[in-house]
Design a binder for this molecule. Structure first.
Ligand code: GLC
Length: 740
């Protein structure tokens, strides 16, 4: 749409919004700031009653197309001003067709993957009657003990920013009136991934430099991509709950970034300010949220119970309420909901049946998987193999294959790894044994919410031992063993932090016992976080990181194991050797006793925290060589740009993908800068023997940072190292200088 037409449209919407605001009572305006919980576990008055009196702007935790239309009818025909509702749900990596978890999609290092998958997720969700998803989750995390690392893009702000913008484009498209898209929601604003020890919900302390250089860039990328909404994080950020944090919600988001959409709190978070010992009571919590610019209260009813009285008491003006309501009405007009508030109830079944949805899921899963080891080229396996045993507690689990964050009411329907291998080898004998079960020591609160997930009674030690022995028997009879180990779907995600990164239960014990049989063993990991698979990394010849790959996950694993797809993914997060080594990340500052120096051993005398696998790491069935790294200028002035080129050659026998990565290091400056920082990447496909030149640009965008010393954004004149290669330990080196 042309700029002129677009601004004309904006003006027309603004006129409608002002006219509607003039008509609305204060109670109705407060109603627009209220998001009603549509599920049994969310307390509060019945949704119908709140909607009927104009006391609701949105409904969440409901996944029922028919019910959406019923509630919308009440809003349109029975409420005082007939304002349509926004129906919202967490569609994080698929609605009915499930895609790889976001951490896996980040491992593709290909923004086309999340853009494509979230486009499909939006189409399915919208066909179901949803208008708004609570995604993308943009929390940078460098401590994989935190269960929600599964929902983000890992440890790096540059990769995270690319994935953020791609997901916003996928969910929203470029026109909010598109009836096959949904509103996106940049969450959790901000810093949620930095709680001490990865303990979910715990308070977060971050310097302004950490916030501006590491945590905020993906949110800024989402804002620049036009994300319609933001969600505040649960926790205290530097002693102020994000939900009532004026610096974050007004100064940064609105004044500096010019964000003109609206914010929703996380679940009950406005009212939670009392529980967090921040607000004296819910009246004050309401005031804190409203003054901070928190538009919508997710299901704590703190605004509906207090906002009108705050205006009556003069603590707040009606104009301040109007300012919070305006963007909500604006977005509802832009979506065309006043004209078309209802969903066609026959649409969903047609949309989810589209074959290209599952095709896309298999494609995304293939591109997300990371080959961690392949000693002696054991992979790909031959399809002529006669007897294969598939062993492990998640090998035939649809839940573990689809992973964390399924939408309410979703029935697991994934192709498991076992099923994918059987489909790939119709003439082979593919046996299976689960081995001892794995489960959390402390159940997840969410397990009680998920239909059909009533906790089965725990395996007795005798049952566990018998399962262990029968798995060994199955392995003994096979020519090739494929171990499928990792985590269940509730071992990562919300309220799923853990102190250890080891394989849960007796999985490593079983892996060692099976390996001792002397058969060739391949390990496939299904997991939502880095795992400290130290023994496997030394003793299992082939290891494929498959993450939580979604509906077609089993087929995608089989495609890779048997050579129909060549893995090209790279790790978006460092794999530590121990949970207690976290936080561990590549972009850290130099110290006075660098790695390798005699003084280095203070970093734990019981084992140096060298990563098991570094950020950016991933192998292929072919090999690549980086050469001819060049810069277009040895020196540039502050503010100018230079071009970096590097040649990548496929030096192997099969076609494959490589991710060319560019890292910089500012050698000195106003502040100390990290020893390496990712500032460019491109995934390319190369035929055997083919060479491509990859081009990157470095300029103010890449070289400017927030300085603690100067208290502002600066670009230093300084000397820089740069490296190009296949992971964060790349060695091909060049230098350039920025002069004042
Ligand atoms: C949850 C999560 C948030 C989610 C919201 C609504 O507790 O923190 O990510 O979007 O509540 O379900």
């Amino acid at each position: 749409m042309s700029k002129a037409k677009d601004s004309e449209k904006q003006k027309q919407v603004a006129v409608k919004v002002e006219a509607l605001l003039k008509k609305m009572s204060l109670e109705e305006k407060v109603g627009q700031l209220n998001q009603v919980g549509g599920a049994a576990f969310s307390p509060g008055p019945a949704a119908e009653d709140q909607i009927r009196k104009g006391g609701a702007g949105s409904v969440l935790w409901l996944n029922d197309t028919k019910k959406f239309n019923e509630l919308q009818k009440i809003a349109m025909e029975e409420s005082p001003s007939g304002i349509p509702l926004l129906f919202a749900l967490d569609v994080i990596h698929g609605y009915r067709t499930i895609f790889p978890v976001p951490l896996a999609m980040a491992a593709s290092w290909d923004p086309n993957v999340p853009e494509k998958t979230q486009t499909i997720a939006a189409k399915e969700a919208r066909a179901a009657g949803l208008h708004w998803t609570f995604g993308p989750m943009l929390d940078i995390c460098r401590d994989p003990r935190w269960g929600r690392i599964v929902e983000g893009a890992g440890e790096d702000p540059y990769l995270g920013s690319a994935m953020a913008a791609a997901q916003v484009r996928g969910f929203q498209g470029d026109d909010l009136s598109d009836s096959e898209r949904v509103l996106a929601c940049a969450k959790h604003f901000a810093g949620y991934g930095y709680s001490d020890g990865g303990r979910d919900y715990d308070p977060v302390y971050l310097s302004e430099a950490q916030l501006r250089n590491i945590v905020l860039p993906p949110f800024k990328a989402a804002a620049d991509a036009g994300v319609a909404t933001f969600m505040s994080a649960y926790m205290d950020l530097n002693d102020v709950p994000a939900t009532g944090n004026r610096w974050l919600l007004r100064q940064v988001l609105r004044e500096e970034w010019g964000f003109d959409g609206f914010l929703v709190s996380d679940a009950f978070a406005v009212g939670n300010m009392v529980i967090q010992h921040h607000a004296k009571d819910k009246r004050e919590a309401a005031l804190r949220g409203l003054k901070a610019g928190m538009n919508m209260d997710m299901s704590s009813y703190t605004y509906t119970e207090n906002a009108a009285q705050l205006v009556a008491d003069g603590a707040l003006t009606e104009a301040e309420i109007d300012e919070l309501v305006r963007p909500i009405l604006t977005i509802k007009f832009k979506m065309g909901l006043f004209e078309k508030p209802y969903v066609d109830e026959t649409l969903l079944e047609k949309v989810i049946a589209l074959p290209e949805h599952r095709t896309a899921s298999r494609w995304a899963a293939q591109r997300s998987m990371v080959l961690l080891r392949n000693e002696g080229g054991l992979l790909p396996l031959s399809k002529d193999i006669k007897k294969v045993s598939v062993i492990g507690p998640v090998a035939d689990s649809m839940q573990a294959t689809e992973g964390s964050w399924m939408v309410f009411g979703h029935t697991p329907a994934a192709v498991t790894v076992l099923e994918g291998i059987r489909a790939k080898l119709p003439n082979a004998e593919v046996t299976y044994a689960s081995g001892p079960e794995i489960r959390r020591d402390i159940p997840s609160w969410f397990e009680s919410l998920m239909a059909g997930q009533e906790r089965k009674p725990e395996q007795t030690p005798a049952e566990s031992e018998s399962a262990f022995q029968s798995a060994l028997e199955v392995a003994k009879a096979a020519d090739q063993v494929i171990m499928v180990l990792g985590e269940t779907d509730v071992m990562a995600g919300e309220a799923a932090s853990r102190a250890s990164l080891d394989l849960p239960g007796r999985q490593e014990e079983l892996l060692k016992a099976v390996s001792a049989l002397g058969k060739p063993v391949v390990l496939v990991l299904l997991n939502g976080r880095p795992l400290s698979i130290n023994w496997a990394a030394e003793n299992v010849p082939a290891i494929l990181e498959a993450w939580e790959p979604g509906t077609e996950g089993g087929n995608a694993v089989a495609d890779i194991l048997f050579g129909d797809a060549n893995p090209g993914g790279k790790l978006p997060v460092t794999f530590p050797r121990k949970g207690s080594h976290a936080p561990l990340y590549y972009a850290r500052n130099m110290t006075h006793s660098p790695e390798g120096s005699p003084m280095y051993n203070p970093r734990y005398w019981d084992g140096l925290p060298v990563p098991l696998y570094p950020f950016g790491f991933g192998l292929s069935y072919t090999t690549f060589e980086f050469s001819n790294l060049k810069v277009s200028a040895e020196k540039i002035k502050v503010g100018a740009s230079l071009t970096v080129t590097v040649d990548v050659t496929n030096t192997g026998k099969v076609a494959g993908d490589e991710v060319a990565q560019l890292y910089i290091h500012q050698q000195y400056g106003t502040d100390t800068r990290p020893i390496r920082e990712l500032k460019g990447f491109e995934r390319i496909t190369l035929q055997p023997g083919e060479k491509k030149t990859v081009t990157f640009s470095l300029g103010a965008n890449e070289l400017t940072y927030w300085s603690s010393n100067a208290g502002k954004w600066i670009q230093d004149p300084a000397s820089f190292d740069l490296w190009a290669g296949s992971d964060s330990q790349a060695s091909l080196h060049a230098e350039f200088e920025v002069t004042s």
